[in-house]
Design a binder for this molecule. Structure first.
Ligand SMILES: Cc1ncc(COP(=O)(O)O)c(C=O)c1O
Length: 404
């Protein structure tokens, strides 16, 4: 630790001594002190300025100086920073209404939490309560969160130290042409067969519409609609985890929009507040919402619907709306003169092209340093295929690979 510490300033050393680094060998943690952010840039204590290409953990979707969001947080904190979930605030009610508006289809009623992990935990419980069934099918190349339930439905290696995990969590193959024995649409047939063979015991199929931290994997256009049909044919719900793919990161509001699919349950976090406050959300269809009119909604947190977080969320979503409509206006002005195609189609097509161009693939072995390397190494050449776990030296199986 001595050598490691000597390159760090006082704050970084104090942090390293007293704060756990996430998903890391603690001996290798080397925190960098950040002193500020402005727009797409942030500055470290040693004066270096960085361009924040990834928006931190794919969450600072509005950049680092969205004044409207900062003001909304300050105002709510002054008016009343916290009231228990049994009360409501204007920010919470309006954000619920706004999410019903911007999410696809008739999705209507939201449970608010404080992270993507919690949003997924709520989705799992809601699916189980609603269907009365226990099993959740998710996919190998996925990340859904860090707590007991959400890590059990996670497919990537971060799940392994937490196994055996919660019962009834089953993994399916991915629609990943380059790294799987199955072609993408064959992987769907496999899920169909799994649902058949599991009998009437599966509550939901849970997927990221476009896989995020396991490699930006874009399925074929017909995959998600077909998955929903197959799930429903077997009496299972479709849960779309939009924690990373939501709020403009695919060029649409949500990844589900790219495929014109309305899931039964959708999870959100990260960009929901532009990362200005910890906020997660789980939204459901009217049928599912109605179910809990006379059945107990057996779930909650002290910070469910936290006023300051909801104020941040409302301001963030309003900012997306403003920026989207002003950029759409600019685009249609540009295109109307020279091009008869309408601008939303152009945006959608370029979202698909951009997303499919970014599949991250690496075949080099070695200790994974982040989820992109760990989650995208397989190729269609059998010789080059390596299992994720074999990559890791024995102790590494108790730690994992990314810093989500
Ligand atoms: C798709 C997806 N679901 C859930 C999570 C967990 O979210 P959080 O880290 O906010 O708990 C993440 C985090 O990266 C994610 O990418």
């Amino acid at each position: 630790m001595g050598d490691e510490l000597s390159s760090l300033n006082d704050i970084e050393q104090t942090d390293k001594r007293h704060v756990f680094g996430t998903w890391s060998f603690q001996s290798e943690v080397s925190p960098t002190q950040v002193v500020g952010g402005d727009g797409a840039r942030f500055t470290t204590a040693d004066g270096e300025e960085y361009i924040d290409f990834s928006g931190q953990l794919m969450c600072s979707n509005l950049g680092h100086s969205a004044d409207g969001v900062a003001d909304a947080i300050a105002e709510q904190a002054r008016e009343g920073a916290y009231f228990a979930p049994g009360f409501t605030t204007e920010a919470r009610a309006r954000l619920g209404e706004k999410l019903a508006d911007v999410t696809p289809g008739a999705l209507t009623k939201t449970f608010f939490s404080t992270s993507g992990t919690e949003a997924v935990e709520a989705a799992i419980k809601i699916a189980r309560f609603y269907t009365g069934k226990q099993k959740i099918i998710s996919r190998y190349r996925s990340y859904h969160g860090a707590t007991a339930g959400s890590i059990s439905v996670t497919g990537d290696p971060r799940r392994l130290p937490a196994e055996p995990g919660v019962p009834g969590t089953i993994k399916a193959p991915d629609p990943y042409a380059y790294g799987s024995t199955l072609e993408p649409m064959e992987s769907l047939e496999y899920i169909d067969e799994m649902l058949e063979l599991e009998g009437d015991t599966v509550a939901a199929v849970l997927v990221e519409p476009i896989v995020g931290s396991n490699g930006i994997l874009v399925p074929p256009e017909e995959y998600l609609p077909e998955l929903k049909r197959i799930a429903h044919d077997h009496g299972a719900l479709l849960i779309c985890d939009e924690v990373m793919s939501g709020f403009g990161r695919t060029g649409e509001w949500f990844g589900s929009d790219v495929f014109d699919v309305t899931p039964d349950i959708m999870t959100m976090a990260k960009g929901l507040s532009g990362a200005y406050a910890p906020l997660g959300a789980t939204i459901v269809t009217p049928e599912i919402a109605d179910h809990f009119e006379d059945e107990m909604f057996c779930h909650g947190h002290t910070y469910a619907g936290h006023p300051v977080a909801c104020a941040a969320g409302l301001a963030a979503v309003e900012t997306y709306e403003e920026r989207t409509s002003s950029s759409a206006r600019a685009r249609s002005a540009t295109y109307s003169a020279s091009d008869s195609r309408n601008s939303p189609r152009i945006i959608r097509a370029s979202a698909r092209r951009a997303a499919s161009g970014f599949s991250a693939v690496s075949n080099s072995p070695g200790r994974p340093t982040n989820a992109f390397r760990s989650g995208s190494e397989r190729t269609r050449s059998r010789r080059a295929r390596r299992s994720w776990t074999k990559w890791q030296p024995a102790p590494a199986i108790t730690a994992s690979t990314s810093r989500t």
